[in-house]
Ligand binder design. Structure first.
Ligand code: CA
Ligand code: CA
Length: 321
């Protein structure tokens, strides 16, 4: 059982379920209007557009690709026939043509970046056959051991949405970019933000994804799932595999990073599960080392975290129930 604690005054679970944003054409129209509201006359790029620039048109903005270290100029970084956004949505590696998506009716994946003064959660949805009418998205936060569902309206007010074709033109990818305050991360030290995808009228969650962001020395980091230091797109980090701690300063790039942090490296940690309650997983850090070959930064002596424990969340615990 997933532990579900709702703060006083928040909707109960049934209300939250009803409030799930139907991923319908009407919903997309609403967010299309939100997007239109930030556009300037043709030929003039405002700051919002610059932030969202997507050189290769794959649905992942350039700044997100820089964090992921996928190609800004090639929609399909590993040339396996699936564009990077589809690999995010379907939880496969965008760096290895040996790992391609398995057939599925729908899936959802999440990645994160810092930009424009905010942390951004990017939710990528894959729907086979392109029928969005009966699909529902749910959102929530995991703070410590509390799992809190969030009414989508609370998140999507400032969100932007785009739709890109999948590898099979009959299928659809929806990319939802949700900014939130870094103060939330700094206040709690660590938080997990999750999304669920289901078919309307069916209680079961068909797919779920999560990102974990942590505050290290006042800098937000995305705990990015990784295998042997190679970033992954799925949520395998939640089950004890390795993770890289990618700094995602809210103004992008290296802004605000301590000068002693080492460029060209990133902290790679492996963990083991030492406790579990519902989808909340307690991990102990087994190894931590600065690894090179990354266009990122590593805190010196990141190995001092070995032996520490922290909580993560397995979004798979939401699926099917
Ligand atoms: Ca792109
Ligand atoms: Ca690919």
């Amino acid at each position: 059982m997933t532990k579900r604690l709702l703060p006083p005054g928040r909707p109960n679970r049934a209300d939250a379920a009803r409030a799930r944003w139907p991923l319908s054409v009407a919903g997309l129209t609403v967010f299309g209007a939100v997007l239109a509201g930030v556009m300037t006359p043709r030929g003039e790029l405002d700051a919002a557009e610059l932030r969202a620039r997507d050189a290769d048109g794959d649905g992942l903005c350039d700044t997100q690709e820089e964090v992921l270290q996928t190609s800004v100029f090639a929609a399909d970084t590993d040339k396996d026939g699936f564009i990077d956004t589809e690999e995010v949505a379907r939880k496969t590696s965008a760096y290895s043509d040996q790992e391609t998506p398995l057939p599925a009716g729908m899936d959802v994946g999440m990645v994160a970046r810092g930009e424009g003064g905010s942390v951004h959660a990017l939710v990528a949805v894959y729907v086979r056959g392109g029928n969005l009418h009966d699909k529902e998205l749910g959102f929530g936060l995991v703070l410590g051991e509390s799992v809190i569902e969030i009414p989508p309206e609370a998140l999507l007010e400032d969100a932007s949405v785009s739709i890109v074709p999948a590898s099979d033109p009959a299928d659809v990818l929806v990319v939802i970019d949700i900014p939130f305050s870094s103060q939330l991360v700094h206040s709690f030290g660590s938080l997990c933000f999750y999304a669920t995808l289901s078919s309307q009228g069916q209680g079961a969650v068909a797919a779920a994804a999560a990102i974990q962001v942590v505050s290290v020395d006042g800098i937000v980091h995305w705990v990015m799932p990784a295998q042997n230091g190679i970033p992954g797109m799925g949520n395998r980090g939640a089950t004890g595999a390795g993770s890289v701690y990618a700094p995602i300063p809210v103004d992008g790039g290296s802004g605000g990073l301590p000068s002693e942090w080492i460029p060209g490296e990133v902290c790679y940690q492996t963990t083991q599960v030492v406790g579990m309650q519902g989808g909340v997983v307690i991990q102990e850090v087994i190894t931590a080392e600065c690894i090179s070959g990354w266009d990122s930064y590593c805190k010196p002596n990141c190995a001092t975290s070995v032996g520490s424990t922290y909580t993560t969340f397995d979004p798979g615990s939401l699926v099917g129930g």
